[in-house]
Ligand binder design. Structure first.
Ligand code: HAM
Length: 422
């Protein structure tokens, strides 16, 4: 038997209400805030992601699904959304539009990770980006939208971690200090961190291995090394968050896993924090558009992991609105009645009345059981007598009552959204 690939999941009908609920709130908040939808291809030139995310990051080194297509070009299944949105911004000349350009997306993301609860090889992100302005008020808007998104879903107990990791002007000095601090600990560090110390020191702070905690906990803080511009940006952002009454915790070890970040980085954590628990994260990437060949263009964005949001919705027993079943079920007895049923179903659907029929040769009893299980409010039954008299039996499934009606009048009786009671 074939199975879904490891780390992927089918989203079954019973889970669809959660997905529709979360996606509905995502779209609602973006429309409310003037963000427009963008959809980019599932795969892109591999170099786009290497260039954007950074060739020393875990994502590029270990997690990308990269393949050679039949023309020999290297393609990568999207391991995150930001790089593709920036590529589209440049490709379609969006720098000529009034800035900032505000875009959102809901899309599958692929990372070859070790699967566990809340960590998958295919997951889905709701993300949004504001490209073209440096104002910390924009950082506050992006964070506020995330906050409102989780709040509107009914989630409780989540909190905001915030940090600033500086810019290319001030970060080198901090990196130097970080290296100096870590060097005496080198022998105690895990293998990955020994490499990070040489190649990507900022990521040292992110390590969860026990042996690396003493060095990480006592490490210097990036906020103490910010240049005037970054420091002013961070202070103003904190003031704006206070103004919006969004609580935050400045978290010195928050650095995030992409090289494109500058200044602001943040994550939303659920109450019970675990290694793989972030509900979402984002930050500023003021150098990325330029890195991809555009003019210097500051930008900031955020993405939430939909699977993790749903895990938390379920954990907090929040009910997602049900997706309503078709109102009408058409049952029949015999071949001739089936033809009449086929036509009736089509006529009802044309009038916008949700209608379903079993279309097999089951007994009437089993058809009625199916109608019950589907939750149809009305069942129309065409049996032998109804065939002879050109009528149908109209059965109210809740009350269990039924009456006979002329076929013609049934079409008029059943109106979209208001089935008649007998
Ligand atoms: P990220 O933190 O890598 O950021 O991913 C965003 C969110 O996606 C995470 O906080 C988490 O909820 C979810 N997520 C990530 N990996 C997995 C996984 N393997 N399984 C399940 N859920 C996962 C980004 O991707 C950035 N592009 C966000 C951003 C937008 N920054 C600026 N703009």
């Amino acid at each position: 038997m074939y199975k879904a690939p490891r780390g992927t999941a089918d989203i079954l009908p019973k889970d669809q209400p959660y997905w529709r609920y979360v996606e509905g709130k995502a779209v609602q908040i973006c429309q409310l805030c003037g963000y427009q939808r963008i959809d980019t291809p599932v795969f892109e030139d591999a170099r786009l992601f290497v260039r954007s995310i950074g060739d020393e990051t875990d994502i590029v080194k270990k997690e990308m699904y990269t393949f050679e297509d039949r023309s020999g070009a290297n393609m990568t299944l999207r391991p995150e959304g930001t790089a593709a949105v920036c590529r589209a911004y440049l490709e379609h000349g969006m720098h000529n539009l009034p800035q900032p350009v505000k875009l959102y997306y809901i899309s599958p993301i692929f990372r070859y990770e070790r699967p566990q609860a809340g960590r998958y090889r295919q997951h889905h992100q709701f993300g949004y980006e504001a490209i073209g302005d440096l104002d910390p008020a924009l950082d506050a808007e992006i964070i506020d939208m995330a906050w409102q998104f989780y709040t509107s879903l009914g989630l409780q107990g989540f909190y905001l971690k915030l940090n600033s990791i500086g810019c290319p002007k001030c970060r080198p000095k901090y990196i130097e200090e970080l290296r100096r601090h870590y060097t005496p600990y080198r022998g105690q560090l895990c293998r990955d961190c020994q490499i990070r110390l040489v190649k990507n020191p900022l990521r040292l702070l992110d390590c969860k291995q026990d042996s690396c905690q003493p060095a990480a906990n006592s490490a210097p803080h990036s906020v103490d090394y910010l240049c005037n511009e970054c420091s002013d940006h961070f202070n103003r952002l904190q003031r704006y968050l206070d103004l919006l009454e969004i609580p935050f915790q400045v978290t010195h070890r928050l650095v995030r896993g992409f090289d494109y970040y500058t200044k602001t980085v943040f994550e939303i954590q659920p109450e019970e924090e675990g290694a793989q628990s972030a509900l979402g994260g984002g930050g500023r990437y003021d150098g990325l558009i330029e890195e991809l060949g555009g003019r210097p263009t500051p930008a900031i964005g955020f993405a939430a992991g939909i699977e993790r949001v749903i895990l938390n919705i379920k954990k907090q027993t929040i009910a997602a609105p049900l997706i309503s079943p078709p109102d009408v079920f058409v049952a029949y007895v015999g071949q001739e009645a089936k033809e009449k049923a086929l036509k009736l179903v089509a006529q009802l659907r044309k009038r916008g009345i949700g209608t379903t029929a079993p279309f097999g040769d089951k007994s009437l009893r089993s058809q009625l059981r199916q109608a019950n299980a589907l939750g149809a409010s009305q069942t129309l039954i065409i049996g032998e007598e109804e065939m002879q008299t050109d009528t149908v039996l109209l059965r109210d499934m809740m009350k269990g009552e039924q009456r006979r009606e002329a076929l013609e009048s049934v079409l008029n009786l059943l109106r979209k959204g208001q089935p008649p009671s007998p």
